[in-house]
Write a protein of this length. Structure first.
Length: 109
């Protein structure tokens, strides 16, 4: 039972300091593609991933997605640039994604 020192390598320090931030994008037209959303959000900064939410059975878009930006400042910029932005005749609803609530036995949401 003693103290343990952990030294991070340069790459581990960079990964730890890089805080990716998810942005919720709602009210999407069902015709919007992953590539179109990625291209749009790249105007605000570095996009690390785009996850289009689809129906499990039909595979059709549910009309919302999560865009992961590489840093907080770029996520904030994306929210200010694209909230109420008109895309395919729909006004986008864009905000920082809330942390996912834990689901488990005996817990309600």
């Amino acid at each position: 039972m003693g103290w343990r020192l952990i030294f991070l390598t340069d790459s581990a320090e960079k990964a730890a300091s890089r805080m990716e931030v998810q942005v919720y994008v709602g009210n999407l037209s069902k015709s919007i593609t992953h590539e179109e959303l990625n291209t749009l959000f790249m105007k605000a900064g570095d996009v690390t991933s785009v996850k289009m939410i689809t129906d499990k059975r039909s595979g059709q878009s549910k009309g919302f997605a999560y865009v992961t930006m590489s840093v907080q400042s770029e996520a904030d910029k994306a929210v200010s640039m694209f909230n109420s932005y008109s895309l395919s005749d729909q006004q986008l609803k864009v905000h920082l994604a809330r942390p996912r609530e834990q689901r488990g036995f005996g817990k309600t949401i």
